[in-house]
Design a protein around this ligand. Structure first.
Ligand code: URA
Length: 238
């Protein structure tokens, strides 16, 4: 990998900034100051330092994004902005969203370059908990809640898997599901004669949306959050 790309990926600066840092002699490779940002480095082997501090290259990275409404959960789209474009343009180029949220859904979306973990967590067999804050048109009855919890017919071969419902108010619920079928939450509420007016994901696989993040903002996952994501268990156990 070229030295300027390596430094960008570690968020040392933008492409032009890191080239300037190299020109100024602030970067060394294996103890030698280098003057060319085009130099190739072996990111797992070479020891790169910036202003005397050794850098550690991370093969895999994980970011938590508070997805705003109106952007698409994809790496490319011809008609709308994508979640990947929300991350600093000079950063890593190999990120993709861990699953999808509808264009009009907001909230927690993890962006990563770890295809293996993504594949594992999104596998239908895996049953990762996802919690949504759901705002609905009609007040939910105790019977609606019971039906959602037991499983409803959304036009698939089988009923939805048991879900967990926490009523926040008459028209707002926290719904935890383990599947990820197309428009699943909207279809589940439709199945009980209701309609979703706002949808926000607040939890994914043991990781909570950081309420300090405004819509469109992101931050790296902490190492504890990464561990929770990897943990091979279903925390809710309902
Ligand atoms: N269910 C939906 O209906 N939409 C989403 O974006 C996520 C879950």
């Amino acid at each position: 990998m070229r030295l300027d790309r390596y430094l960008c990926e570690l968020n040392i600066g933008s492409r032009s900034q890191v080239r300037e840092f190299v020109r100024k002699g602030l970067v060394s490779v294996n103890g030698q100051v280098v003057r060319s940002a085009d130099q190739k480095i072996a990111e797992q082997k070479d020891q790169v330092a910036f202003q005397g501090k050794t850098l550690t290259y991370q093969r895999y990275v994980y970011y938590m994004l508070n997805k705003p409404r109106g952007v698409v959960s994809a790496t490319q789209d011809n008609t709308a902005g994508t979640v990947v474009e929300l991350l600093a343009p000079e950063g890593r180029k190999d990120l993709f969203p861990m699953g999808r949220l509808d264009k009009d859904t907001e909230g927690l979306l993890i962006l990563t370059n770890d295809g293996e973990l993504t594949h594992r967590l999104l596998s239908p067999k895996r049953h990762v908990d996802k919690t949504y804050e759901v705002t609905v048109v009609h007040a939910l009855s105790a019977e609606d809640i019971q039906r959602l919890e037991q499983g409803v017919d959304i036009g698939e071969d089988r009923l939805t898997l048991p879900a967990k419902v926490d009523a926040v108010s008459e028209n707002i619920l926290h719904l935890t599901i383990q599947e990820g079928k197309y428009h699943q939450v909207k279809r589940m509420l439709q199945a009980v004669g209701n309609q979703v007016t706002a949808l926000k994901r607040i939890r994914f696989g043991g990781v909570d949306l950081d309420d300090g993040l405004e819509a469109g903002e992101y931050r790296p996952l902490t190492s504890q959050e990464e561990e929770r994501l990897r943990a091979d268990r279903n925390e809710t156990g309902y």
